[in-house]
Design a protein around this ligand. Structure first.
Ligand SMILES: O=C(O)C1=C[C@@H](OP(=O)(O)O)[C@@H](O)[C@H](O)C1
Ligand SMILES: C=C(OP(=O)(O)O)C(=O)O
Length: 420
C-alpha cells in the first residue's frame, strides 16, 4: 500500500481488540526454536517482524505448522548443523540483533541479512559484542550484512546496551544453551523494560538468569527447555498506545486484550494520558479511556522510546508546551524519529524543538489540520500510525504516503482505526 486517505474524524468512539505483542512474539519464537519438546504459541499477529522471526527459525531447521493464530512447534532448530548458515531478518531490529546472537551456538559461518530500513541501522553493539565472545565479524561498515565466523571462546564479556537492548536479549537467551556458564556486564543498559520482558519469558520457558541491577548478568549454561509448553501472547501496549492517545484527544475507547500487570514498558502510556487530563479505567479486563480537558505535560520516554510518536500527537493537541525527554533513543529506529516528527508536524504548523535530549512540542489544540495535507511515514510504521491520528478533529482529509509501513507491527491498523 503506497498512499492512503484518512477522512477527517469528528470524534473517537468504539471497541477494539489489540493485536498481540510483537516483542513477546519474537522472543517466544526464538525460545520455541531452542526447545526440545513441543511448544504451542497462541495468538500470534502476523506482522512482518513476527513473520521474520518465524522465517528465521525455519531457516535454522525448526519444524512447525501454523494453524490460524497458533504456531505449533514440532522440533527445534538444528543445533548440529555443519554447513554454512544464513538468515534474513527482514526489517526487524529485534530479530536482527537477537538472532545474530544465535551464531554463538555454531562454529559454522553464520550470515545475517535483512531488508529495508534495517540496512541503515547500526549493528555496532552486535559486532563488538560477538567479537567480545571471540567471534570474527565482517560487516558493511557497522551495518548488515554480517558474516560471523569462528568459535565462541569467552565466558566473561562486556556488551554495549547504551543504544539498544536487543542484542542483550538474544545473548541472555542463547548463552543459557552454551556448554558453560557466562557472565555479561552491561554498564549503561537502556530500554530496561525490554530486558524485563526477556527475563519474564525466559522464566516462563523454565530458564534461569541472575542479575545485579541489570548491570551484571550470570547465566548458567547447559540449560534446556524440556517441558511441553503452551504460551499465549498478550496484547501489544505499543500498538495500543495509538488508540489510547486517539481517545485521549478525541473521545472514548474500550480496548480488549491488554494485560494490566504486563511487563511491557509501554504501558506507561497510561501515566502520560492521565497527566494530559484523560481518565483511565479498567472494567472487566477491558481498558477504557475517556477524553477530558487536554493539558500539556512532561514525560520521560527514555526507557520506552517507541512511545515518542504517539506522545508527540498527544502533545500537539494540548494547547501549550509539552516536554518529552529521551530523544537520544530515537536516532537508531526505523527512521530518525526526532527529526521525522519535527518535519511531519511542521507541515501543519506544529513546532517541535529538539533541545539536546528534550523534545518540546508547541501544542496547537484542535483543529490541528485545517487543509488537506500529505504526511510521509518515512517507511516507519510508528510514524504512519501517529500521523493517522491527526485526522481527529481535522477539517479536511489527510493522506499518508508509504502507508504500508504499518505491516511491520500492526497490519490491521487502518482497518481498526477507521472503525472507531
Ligand atoms: O526488545 C524489543 O522488543 C524492543 C526493544 C526496543 O529497542 P531498543 O532496545 O533498541 O531500544 C524497542 O524500541 C523495539 O521496538 C522493541
Ligand atoms: C524500533 C522498533 O522495532 P525494531 O527495533 O525491532 O525494528 C519499533 O517497533 O518501533
Amino acid at each position: 500500500m503506497n498512499k492512503i486517505r484518512i477522512p477527517a474524524k469528528n470524534s473517537i468512539d468504539g471497541t477494539l481488540t489489540i493485536p498481540s505483542s510483537k516483542s513477546y512474539a519474537q522472543r517466544a519464537i526464538a525460545l520455541a526454536g531452542l526447545s526440545k519438546s513441543s511448544v504451542v504459541i497462541r495468538n500470534l499477529t502476523d506482522s512482518d517482524d513476527v513473520l521474520a522471526a518465524q522465517g528465521i527459525i525455519a531457516a535454522l531447521g525448526a519444524i512447525f505448522v501454523r494453524s490460524g493464530k497458533d504456531l505449533i512447534l514440532k522440533s527445534g532448530i538444528d543445533m548440529n548443523c555443519d554447513s554454512e548458515i544464513s538468515i534474513n531478518c527482514k526489517e526487524s531490529g529485534l530479530s536482527t540483533r537477537l538472532f545474530s546472537s544465535f551464531s554463538l551456538l555454531f562454529d559454522e559461518d553464520f550470515t545475517v541479512n535483512g531488508e529495508g530500513s534495517i540496512a541503515q541501522r547500526t549493528m555496532e553493539m552486535v559486532i563488538d559484542g560477538l567479537a567480545a565472545f571471540g567471534k570474527s565479524i565482517d560487516s558493511n561498515k557497522g551495518k548488515i550484512p554480517l558474516k560471523i565466523s569462528g568459535k565462541t571462546l569467552k565466558k566473561k564479556v562486556e556488551i554495549d546496551g547504551s543504544i539498544s537492548s536487543q542484542f542483550l536479549t538474544g545473548v541472555l537467551i542463547v548463552t543459557s544453551f552454551l556448554k558453560r556458564d557466562t557472565e555479561i556486564r552491561v554498564p549503561k543498559l537502556k530500554s530496561k523494560p525490554y530486558i524485563e520482558m526477556t527475563l519474564d519469558l525466559m522464566r516462563y520457558f523454565g530458564l534461569k538468569v541472575e542479575h545485579k541491577d541489570f548491570e551484571i548478568f550470570q547465566i548458567k549454561g547447559n540449560q534446556s527447555i524440556g517441558e511441553e509448553l503452551v504460551y499465549e501472547v498478550e496484547g501489544d501496549w505499543s500498538a495500543a498506545s495509538f488508540h489510547i492517545v486517539a481517545a485521549a484527544v478525541g473521545g472514548h475507547i474500550q480496548l480488549k486484550g491488554l494485560k494490566a500487570d504486563s511487563r511491557q514498558g509501554d504501558k506507561v502510556i497510561l501515566d502520560a494520558v492521565k497527566r494530559a487530563g484523560a481518565s483511565v479505567e479498567w472494567r472487566n479486563g477491558d481498558l477504557i479511556i475517556q477524553k477530558d480537558e487536554l493539558l500539556p505535560f512532561e514525560f520521560d520516554a527514555g526507557e520506552c522510546p517507541d512511545l515518542f510518536p504517539p506522545l508527540a500527537v498527544l502533545a500537539a493537541y494540548a494547547s501549550g508546551k509539552s516536554t518529552i525527554s529521551g530523544v537520544h533513543r530515537l536516532k537508531h529506529k526505523e527512521s530518525d524519529r526526532g527529526i521525522t516528527l519535527q518535519q511531519e508536524f511542521a507541515k501543519i504548523g506544529v513546532r517541535i524543538d529538539l533541545n539536546g535530549d528534550e523534545m518540546v512540542i508547541h501544542g496547537k489544540g484542535t483543529p490541528i489540520v485545517q487543509k488537506e495535507v500529505t504526511f510521509s511515514s518515512h517507511n516507519d510504521h510508528r510514524i504512519a500510525m501517529a500521523m493517522s491520528l491527526l485526522s481527529i478533529g481535522a477539517e479536511k482529509s489527510i493522506y499518508i504516503e508509504h502507508a504500508g509501513a504499518v505491516d511491520k507491527s500492526y497490519p490491521d491498523f487502518y482497518k481498526d482505526f477507521l472503525t472507531i
